[in-house]
Design a protein around this ligand. Structure first.
Ligand code: PMP
Length: 426
């Protein structure tokens, strides 16, 4: 079909995320994606600084992932998971329990990050309900978070983030505390720890769990904080009989420089959510892991099963690609790769600190962020970045990149230059 016609039909019929209908955002038409490059219908090629929303860590059309997908498609594409099982899912569950912080031994395979958070919440609520503590059904989180777009996840997203106000009165009312002071290397602030402790203590009787994105908050504001806050949370939740959920959908699989961000603190949560890079960004799959304590608690209940069962649970194609993607990650020196990207982003983004209107430049692992003191002009920033051959998706007052780990040094330099130029134009 002619590109102009496709785009006209897209605007008329296709709903894009956070977009009005009919469409007005004039998306770019992608015809192919290979390595770290997106090819557009008009012939341009863009380096993907976003890893397709932080998922495509090995880039596109990776021969190993393509082969794993094709081989699995030749055996079976999907079977229901109720009453049936298969090797790709079993292998994946075993691998995840081996890689995850010690003690997370049970894996629920679902189909998106938001659903994995829903499942995590259900696990915690069911855990308390099964021991008769039905009042423990609220969640506590810190501000600046993002956990997905379905209802429970939305209820723990940053209340100022845009979605919350629309659903006031419909979403479960959760307990919010301020976000921890920013700075990966700034040791925990005692007065903040006291605030956290007071809130958990005050609400302990009604709290099922605390849920946070460990070390790096993503779509709620791209902030980093010291891993010490995770140890503090672990101690406080244990002391007050509250479960702890880490949402590592964005941070999992090496993004912050540890396989999982919890590893910066050596902390094991009761429940762990994974998604995005799980399949190297190839297919929609997510996972919720929990400890034997949580699983045993649920199994003691009046309804001794976890009450969730998505149609596409444990999809064999997605599981096979996830196994191959994790294999690739482990086979290569992913720490060195992420470290190289971190160094490249640090060097490349340094000039942004001298720009008017830039309040902060921060880098952690393969995440680079330029923060402005005003909202980004998204159309202009995108025009500038694509003009330099780079795909970025700024939001609010943030221009950021989470590139694929297979970017070369010159790709990273190009991404950083485009970010700095976009910041200069905003
Ligand atoms: N949690 C976090 C930390 C995320 O970054 C996201 C997605 N940006 C989600 C949950 C939701 O995942 P999904 O978009 O796959 O539903």
């Amino acid at each position: 079909m002619d590109p102009a016609e496709l785009l006209a039909l897209d605007a008329e019929h296709v709903w894009h995320p956070y977009a009005p209908m009919p469409g007005q955002s004039a998306p770019l038409l992608v015809t192919e994606a290979s390595g770290v490059r997106l090819r557009l219908a008009d012939g341009r090629e863009l380096i993907d600084g976003m890893s397709s929303w932080w998922a495509a860590i090995h880039g596109y059309r990776h021969p190993v992932l393509d082969a794993a997908l094709a081989a699995q498609a030749g055996r079976m594409s999907h079977v229901m998971f109720g009453g049936l099982t298969h090797e790709p899912a079993v292998r994946l569950a075993v691998t995840l329990t081996e890689l995850a912080p010690a003690g997370l031994e049970h894996v629920f395979l679902c189909d998106s990050g938001s659903v994995s958070v829903e499942v995590a919440v259900k696990m915690c609520l069911q855990y308390w309900a099964s021991s008769g503590r039905t009042a423990k059904r609220r969640l506590l989180t810190w501000r600046g978070g993002y956990h997905g777009d379905t209802f429970h996840p939305m209820s723990v997203c940053d209340p100022e983030g845009g979605m919350h106000s629309l659903w006031r009165g419909v979403l479960p009312e959760q307990v919010f505390v301020p976000e921890p002071p920013s700075g990966f290397t700034d040791p925990p602030d005692q007065s903040y720890v006291d605030t956290l402790a007071a809130a958990i203590e005050r609400h302990a009787d009604e709290l099922a769990a605390v849920i946070v994105e460990p070390v790096a908050q993503g779509a709620g504001g791209m902030r980093f904080h010291h891993p010490g806050y995770l140890s503090v949370l672990r101690e406080l939740t244990e002391a007050h009989d509250v479960l702890l959920i880490f949402d590592e959908i964005a941070t999992g699989f090496g993004r912050t420089g540890e396989m999982f961000a919890a590893g910066h603190a050596g902390v094991t949560p009761d429940v762990l959510c994974l998604g995005k890079a799980l399949t190297g960004g190839y297919l929609s799959m997510a996972a919720t892991l929990c400890t034997p304590r949580v699983a045993a608690g649920i199994s003691r209940g009046e309804l001794p099963v976890l009450a969730h069962g998505p149609t596409f649970m444990g999809n064999p194609l997605a599981a096979a690609v996830a196994n191959a993607s994790i294999g690739l990650l482990l086979e290569r020196d992913w720490r060195a790769e992420v470290g190289r990207i971190e160094a490249g982003l640090r060097a490349g983004l340094a000039p942004a600190a001298r720009l008017d209107g830039v309040t902060d430049v921060r880098v952690l692992g393969a995440i680079g962020v330029i923060q402005l003191d005003h909202p980004v002009d998204m159309a202009e920033a995108t025009r500038v970045a694509t003009g330099l051959g780079v795909w970025l998706r700024p939001f609010r007052d943030l221009i950021y990149a989470m590139p694929p780990y297979v970017c070369t040094d010159s790709d990273i330099t190009a991404i950083a230059e485009a970010m700095v130029a976009a910041a200069g134009s905003s």
